[in-house]
Each structure stands twice: as structure tokens, then as C-alpha cells.
Design a protein around this ligand. Structure first.
Ligand code: NAP
Ligand code: G4F
Length: 384
């Protein structure tokens, strides 16, 4: 019997996968909320998922959606969690300009649905649930001070950031109004080999590896001068857990304290493969945002002092770790394409040059690769 039960929304995402691993290792029963989809969306957690017919299963998946308030209530009643980590979001900032209402529905209203469900659940059962809200450094936006800490005013610069600000204050208000143990982690950018391929770091490492192996030649990017405080996702999920282990609920900035430009990430990633990015990168205005966040740099003194948290993976180690993982992926693609097999995205679309473009390979490579720049035929390729 596990000591604690955790519920993770967004379990199929980058952070959800690392957090599920961490909590399982700590002996938790973990329930993850996932959306029903016509394809597979569990690739990041397949390695920890075991068939429910086996014994001692501690990772369970529940179908749910942040837009479905009633469904969330049902899950809560069924799972009876001690801790909830609300990670689900339309998390792509550039996309939020194209889908502002959907983004706000999922992030702002979705969080409110969850807070309401927790409030009623606590009142009805008398059981206290601890809730972590995935707040974002993007809320600092047009920054009022550098570095940013828990006292820095917000100046959101995207529909995504506005929605996160709403969720941030709702979380605090439910804490103050109804006594919920609810906390915000204001996390700065964190990356990993599991990062979605349309975020800039992963887009760069995927492309660098493919360029190295001759699978592509060009990488189209937007604003290379933007600066971010980039850390490793594996370190950041530990902070999420620590935040919910404190005696009193509180809000914390989680960051490395260092800021680097997209240009510097290019130097580190391409340099690791002894490539000159200037020969391959072209600027495409479609990747610029209507309003940009030019610099983020966090001050995580409070997390260090009260949680005892500090990042373990450096900027250089992070970039190299991501490039190395993407080299393995590109090697697999190259082996297949060299043998004349097409490599397909989840939707069956060929994404690598092939000798034979006839039929999609079933199953074998269905999860390989979605890249913004691989094909101009794909809508996702041009949008993000
Ligand atoms: P991610 O990889 O994009 O994962 C997002 C997760 O949310 C996925 O599991 C996704 O499901 C799920 N989701 C999206 N819409 C949903 C809906 N309507 N109902 C239920 N689930 C839904 O994001 P991440 O990088 O892991 O980030 C986790 C959280 O931290 C997000 O809230 C993000 O905004 C926030 N955050 C991230 C960073 C960062 O640098 N990574 C920094 C600060 C804050 P599918 O797999 O089905 O798409
Ligand atoms: O990798 P990004 O798309 O991440 P962004 O916008 O900082 O958002 C991420 O971090 C937030 C925390 O601060 C999270 F809340 C959010 O969910 C997400 O995880 O872009 C980083 C920077 C931006 O300034 C962007 O303009 O890179 C610049 N950039 C330049 N070229 C590009 C590109 N970004 C993307 N996605 N694609 C490009 O081609």
C-alpha cells in the first residue's frame, strides 16, 4: 500500500513524465489525467506504464480534460488524492496568439474548474488536498526588474501569460478564501530531451543532429536575441514536489539565475557537434511573436533558503544532453532512410527523405518526429 496518492494533470507532457517518475520513485500511487486522442500521446510515459493486469500497479491513467469540469470532479472523487499537480496547459506561447480563447479556456478556466472541484471535495469529505499550480516566468513578460523574484510585478505579454496570471491569482485566492493548501511554482524555462519539438531549444537540438547526419540542411528560427533562464526539467519537478511538502502553502520562483540568448544556445548545441550554425540558420518572420518577452532571469533565493532546492544541471550540460539524445534519434532515422524506409510522423506523413515514399510503416516509427521546419507542407511546420 502506497503512503500517498498524487494526481497529475498534463501527465503526458514533458514535466508530467519527469514528475510521475519522481513520485513513483518516492513510493506514491500516481494517477495521471490524459486527453483522449485519435493517436498515441503517451510516448513520454510509456517506459513507466505497466499493463493494468499486472500486480502492484502504481501508475494509473484517467481520461479527462481541463475543459470538462464535471469530469475533473469525478476523477477527484475516484482517486482521492493527497496531492494534485496541475500541469495541463496549452503551453506554447506563440500558439496562444493564434488560439487565445482556447488557451485561456484550458489554463484560466481549467484551473478554476480544478480549484472549485478541490474546494467542494474538501468541504464534503473533510480531507485536505494539496494543490500545485504550474505558474510561469512568462507572467513577468515585459520585466519590471532583473532578476525577477516573488515580489516582481507581472506584465504579461501573450494570451498564454495573461491566462497564467489569472490562474496564479485564483490559486492564491482559493488559499486565502477557503483555506486550500494551494501553491504556485513560478518556474522559468526548463528543457530536456523530452521537450516538445516546437520549443526553441529542442527545435535547435533536433535540427543540429539532423544537419550533422545530412538529414536536413536549414533551420528556420525567429528572434535570436531573446534571453531565457534555461534549466533542466528533471531538476524542476523536484522543486514542485518540495513546494507541496512545506508546512504552510506558499509561492516560489524556481530558476537557475543565469540568462542566455537563443544565439548562445545555438553556439552550445551546434558547437557540441562541431557545426557552424551561421551556415544553416535562416530567419523566418513567422516565428516572431506580436509581443515578445525579451529577457527572463530568475532569482530563486527563496526556493534555495526554504526548500533547500538548487539546480544540478548547468546550461552547457543541458544543451549537450539534449543534442546527444537527438543524435541517437537522428541516427535511427538515418538508418531507416538509408535502408529505404520512410520515417513517418504520428499522422503518417513522411518526414524524412526516402528512396521509397510508397506506404507508411505501421507502428515501427509512428512516434518519430514532428519538426517545425522539416516540411513546408505540414500546417504545424509553418505555424509555430
Ligand atoms: P507540455 O509538454 O506542453 O505538456 C502539457 C500537458 O498538458 C500535456 O500532457 C497535454 O496533453 C496537457 N493538456 C493540454 N491541454 C489539455 C487539456 N485541455 N486537458 C487536459 N490536458 C491538457 O508542457 P510542459 O513543458 O510539461 O509544462 C507543464 C506545465 O508547466 C504547463 O502548465 C506549462 O504551461 C507550465 N510551465 C512550463 C515551463 C517550461 O519551461 N516547460 C515553464 C513554466 C511553466 P497532450 O499530451 O494530450 O497534448
Ligand atoms: O522555446 P520558446 O517557445 O519558449 P517560451 O516562449 O519562453 O515559453 C516556454 O517557457 C515559458 C516559461 O517562461 C513557459 F511558461 C511556456 O509554457 C514555455 O514552456 O521560446 C523561447 C524564445 C522566445 O523568445 C522566442 O521568440 O525563443 C524565441 N524563438 C526564436 N526562434 C523561438 C524561435 N521560439 C520558438 N518556439 N520557435 C522559434 O523558431
Amino acid at each position: 500500500m502506497s503512503e500517498k496518492t498524487a494526481l497529475i494533470t498534463g501527465v503526458t507532457g514533458q514535466d508530467g513524465a519527469y514528475l510521475a517518475e519522481l513520485l513513483l520513485a518516492k513510493g506514491y500511487d500516481v494517477h495521471g489525467v490524459m486527453r483522449r486522442s485519435s493517436g498515441f500521446s503517451t510516448q513520454r510515459i510509456d517506459h513507466i506504464y505497466r499493463d493494468r493486469h499486472e500486480n502492484d500497479i502504481r501508475l494509473h491513467l484517467e481520461y479527462g480534460d481541463m475543459l470538462d469540469a464535471l469530469g475533473l470532479r469525478r476523477i477527484l472523487t475516484k482517486v482521492k488524492p493527497d496531492e494534485i499537480y496541475n500541469l495541463a496547459a496549452q503551453s506554447h506561447v506563440r500558439t496562444s496568439f493564434d488560439q487565445p480563447i482556447y488557451t485561456a479556456e484550458v489554463i484560466a478556466m481549467g484551473t478554476l474548474h480544478l480549484l472549485e472541484a478541490v474546494r467542494d471535495y474538501q468541504e464534503m469529505t473533510g480531507r485536505q488536498v494539496r494543490l500545485y499550480q504550474a505558474s510561469s516566468s512568462e507572467m513577468f513578460g515585459n520585466v519590471r526588474q532583473v532578476p525577477q523574484n516573488e515580489h516582481t510585478p507581472f506584465f504579461p505579454r501573450s494570451p498564454y501569460a495573461c491566462a497564467k496570471v489569472h490562474a496564479f491569482y485564483q490559486t492564491i485566492n482559493y488559499r486565502d478564501a477557503y483555506g486550500l493548501y494551494a501553491c504556485n511554482g513560478i518556474l522559468f524555462n526548463h528543457e530536456s530531451p523530452r521537450r516538445g519539438e516546437t520549443f526553441v531549444t529542442r527545435k535547435i537540438t533536433r535540427a543540429a543532429a539532423r544537419i550533422k547526419l545530412g538529414l536536413q540542411d536549414k533551420l528556420f528560427l525567429g528572434n535570436l536575441d531573446a534571453k531565457r533562464d534555461w534549466g533542466f526539467a528533471g531538476d524542476y519537478v523536484e522543486a514542485m514536489w518540495l513546494i507541496l511538502q512545506q508546512e504552510d502553502p506558499d509561492d516560489f520562483v524556481v530558476a537557475t539565475g543565469e540568462t542566455r540568448s537563443v544565439r548562445e544556445f545555438l553556439d552550445e548545441a551546434f558547437g557540441h557537434l562541431k557545426l557552424d550554425w551561421q551556415k544553416h540558420v535562416e530567419i523566418d518572420k513567422r516565428y516572431f511573436r506580436p509581443t515578445e518577452v525579451h529577457i527572463l532571469q530568475g532569482d530563486a533565493t527563496k526556493a534555495r533558503n526554504l526548500l533547500g532546492w538548487k539546480p544540478k544541471v548547468s546550461f552547457k550540460q543541458l544543451a549537450h544532453m539534449m543534442v546527444d539524445a537527438d543524435m541517437e534519434l537522428a541516427q535511427r532515422e538515418k538508418t531507416l532512410t538509408d535502408a529505404g524506409f520512410p520515417v513517418h510522423a504520428a499522422d503518417g506523413r513522411p518526414v524524412c527523405g526516402t528512396r521509397s515514399q510508397s506506404k507508411p510503416l505501421k507502428g515501427l516509427v509512428r512516434r518519430e518526429i514532428e519538426s517545425e521546419d522539416r516540411s513546408s507542407a505540414s500546417p504545424r511546420a509553418t505555424a509555430l
